[in-house]
Design a protein around this ligand. Structure first.
Ligand code: GLC
Length: 747
């Protein structure tokens, strides 16, 4: 297809018209030139295609589809192959419905546990978020269906999302919020990027040239097109000029005319419009659904339901399992309590909300236990305790060997469009857990929530299973885990803090009227709790299994490396238990230097491995410069400081099993020129500078000859001198150093 030729034959009006939608979900056509329309549809964990009434909030019906586990669950699998398989399965449903682009994945960072859309995002960690995004995009795009990686960028809350400005310093923006997008653009090449509603440092994302062109295209090489979030365009002409190709939904011709007028008046160079149309057509022709795709990727909803169940089972996180109360043997008398048992919560509200063609409540599988029964215990749609339901549940629990409470956050507690204001379960559920646990020591809590909750009752119960929002088959997946048919292998992709107040964003979320300041900087999630040495309820990377794993024999292929080297790390992991299981082996890097303030450790590798009882495997990791680097905002580059770095391998961010220090140095050391405003210490650290001081110092007491030689006052004087600018040295020490001396001695 000769795209340039097609563009050259278009009228100005035709070109302008292609820069916005025809409807809520369809792009425009140019029939005389054979330009087709393509259909785009949400969402990250399943197809939400609307044939009749359209909306971007999941208010109206959509075609029946498979609701897969949401991102908060899938990220807990730490399994790229599994997520790619899910992407491919969703794509098959897109193809069947002639949908060319799936509007996902969402890869915003979980800055606060209160964000209403946390269920739709992967992690608090940028490395994990990036790898999960790559897997999802590759899974979808290998079928020829396109994706829309979103929401670019710094859209970590729902409060005032369409007008607020996210104020983020450059280093934080690069290391935390842009990093997952960078990884995905470079490794998976998403066909489109969806810009976010908010401003970033005062400029709407939909017209932010620095983000849309300087970084996304010029630095990262993005070659698809940028689509606005629905209604995110502020000034259409500024947006085009900045690098926003497609406005959605339709502007009903209003902005098309504005574009035409802008070109005619000279405000917008027509070559900018031509480039935008080229980019849109490139993707349009590439993603038009074909008969070959339909043949190659046939729709099988029942198979997709099985896939959804298997994926959900791999995402479930066993947070606590005292006395190995789980799995429950089938001959046990089991009391199931909680309305989620019959009415599972498996997805979140908003644009990602799927119309599942099938839902399997856990209750449907109650028969896998020989002697199990159910009482409601509480009503999901009410926060207040129903005393009859409560007393029946307590009695029911006390009459059985073990009690499993299905608890969680009701739909109204978290959704697109608004944020949570607290981290509590509904009061009636908290009361039920506490009261049941008083009479039934063998109490298990299964949670259905899209983001962390406080657990004041954690010591009252023996086991907690985090099922997150696990899709339409979540009920079955939970029963698979409770019965032992599936050995849980998920690990937390976010920290569960003890209290909301402990969270690093707490003082700056959701911000004031027109801005939210990301004042915690890079210290998001475990980066913060580690640095503050603050206890948490459950740490990032935590998750138990029905078996145990040991780690041994860490080794690196070089202990002294340059930033251009690849460093290979290997460790051995063994299943020392009695059942097969999967372990997520995590690798963190810890800089021992303090030239810049850095987190104690940062995730830079993970591998999920299956091990039979007694089996041992060697796990390999490959590290490169970016594994150790930080973003130097002054020098506008990723770089690393030479020195010692710890390689930490473990079962969670707080369960490090093996460590190995290595030295890594920059190929090109940073040389900071010595000027009269450099400190005396900097001069002393420079070999030529030290010689200069030696040559001219006279009686200046510069050297700290050892604490016993100097009095406390002399110690203080030396300390002050060392951090003094060279230009001031003379007046306090009699040793005058001039620019000429610096030029002569340092060259
Ligand atoms: C919504 C969401 C976005 C979604 C789009 C279309 O407002 O922010 O994630 O893809 O509109 O529904």
């Amino acid at each position: 297809m000769d795209i340039k030729k097609i563009v050259s034959e278009m009228t100005l009006e035709e070109k302008a018209s292609l820069c916005s939608g025809q409807t809520a979900w369809e792009t425009k056509i140019v029939e005389r030139l054979g330009v087709p329309s393509i259909f785009v549809a949400d969402g990250p964990h399943g197809l939400r295609k609307q044939k009749a009434h359209s909306d971007h909030l999941g208010l109206h019906e959509s075609v029946p589809a498979t609701c897969f586990p949401t991102a908060c669950a899938t990220a807990s699998s730490f399994d790229e192959d599994l997520i790619a398989e899910m992407g491919k399965a969703i794509a098959a449903e897109c193809i069947a419905e002639d949908v060319s682009i799936l509007l996902g994945p969402g890869t915003n960072i979980k800055r606060s546990p209160l964000c209403g859309r946390n269920f739709e995002y992967f992690s608090e960690d940028p490395y994990l978020s990036g790898k999960m995004s790559v897997a999802h995009i590759n899974g979808v795009q290998k079928t020829g269906v396109g994706t829309s990686l979103k929401h670019y960028v710094a859209n970590e809350q729902e409060t005032l999302r369409m007008t607020i400005s996210s104020e983020v310093d450059e280093r934080t923006l690069r290391e935390i919020y842009l990093a997952p997008f960078e990884e995905a653009v470079k490794e998976a090449k998403p066909t489109t990027i969806m810009c976010s509603y908010n401003k970033v440092n005062g400029v709407f994302a939909s017209e932010n040239e620095y983000l849309l062109t300087d970084i996304l295209r010029n630095e990262w090489g993005f070659d698809g097109f940028v689509v606005s979030d629905w209604g995110a365009v502020n000034d259409r002409v500024d947006g085009l000029a900045a690098g926003l190709e497609l406005e959605m939904p339709t502007s009903r011709g209003v902005n098309d005319a504005i574009i035409v007028e802008a070109v005619k008046s000279g405000k917008l160079d027509e070559t900018v419009l031509d480039k935008a149309v080229e980019r849109i057509l490139n993707i349009t022709f590439k993603t038009v659904v074909t008969a070959e795709q339909k043949e190659k990727y046939p729709l099988d909803l029942n198979k997709n339901d099985e896939i959804a169940r298997r994926i959900a089972g791999q995402c479930i996180v066993l947070l606590k399992n005292e006395d190995s109360i789980l799995p429950i043997s089938k001959d046990k008398k089991v009391a199931f309590i909680g309305e989620f048992f019959e009415r599972p919560r498996f997805q979140g509200g908003g644009s990602s909300n799927i119309n599942p063609f099938k839902v399997t409540p856990a209750k449907e599988l109650i028969g896998i236990f020989d002697n199990a029964s159910y009482t409601k215990g509480f009503l999901i749609d009410d926060d207040d305790t129903d005393s009859k339901l409560l007393s029946d549940a307590v009695k029911h629990a006390s009459e059985n060997d073990v009690c499993v409470i299905f608890a969680g956050l009701p739909d109204r507690y978290e959704s697109e469009g608004y944020d949570r204001t607290h981290m509590n379960l509904p009061a009636n559920q908290i009361e039920l857990i506490v009261e049941v646990a008083k009479t039934q020591p063998n109490t298990v809590v299964v949670l259905h929530n899209g983001s962390p909750i406080e657990m004041p009752w954690i010591c009252n119960v023996k086991s907690v299973v985090e099922a997150y929002l696990g899709g339409q088959a979540a009920g079955a997946a939970v029963m698979d885990v409770l019965s032992g048919a599936v050995n849980p292998s998920g690990k937390l992709a976010e920290t569960f803090p003890l209290r909301l107040q402990d969270n690093p964003s707490h003082l700056n979320f959701p911000g004031e009227r027109d801005k939210v300041e990301y004042r915690e900087g890079v210290f998001v999630g475990y980066r913060y709790y580690d640095k503050k040495e603050m206890p948490v309820l459950f740490p990032f990377g935590h998750g138990l299994s029905y078996t145990n794993f040991t780690y041994s024999d860490i080794s690196v292929d070089k202990s002294d490396a340059l930033d251009t080297d690849t460093i290979n790390v290997s460790v051995k992991v063994k299943n020392t238990g009695k059942v097969a299981g999967k372990e997520i082996v995590q690798l963190y890097i810890s800089s021992k230097m303090e030239t810049v303030v850095r987190p104690i450790k940062e995730l830079k590798g993970f591998k999920k491995i299956s091990l039979s009882p007694g089996e041992e495997k060697t796990v390999l990791f490959t590290l490169g410069k970016r594994s150790f680097a930080f973003y130097d905002a002054d020098r506008k580059e990723w770089r690393l400081d030479g020195g010692t770095y710890g390689i930490l391998v473990g079962a969670s961010s707080q369960d490090i099993r093996l460590c190995q220090d290595i030295s890594v140095n920059p190929t090109v050391p940073i040389v900071r020129p010595i000027t009269l405003n450099s400190t005396v210490m900097e001069l002393m650290q420079d070999p030529k500078g030290a010689a200069l001081i030696e040559k001219y110092k006279g009686s200046a007491p510069l050297e700290n000859d050892g604490a016993d030689n100097l009095s406390p006052k002399e110690e203080m004087f030396v300390a002050v001198l060392k951090e003094m600018p060279i230009r001031s040295l003379g007046m306090f020490s009699g040793m005058y150093i001039t620019q000429e001396m610096l030029d002569k001695e340092l060259g």
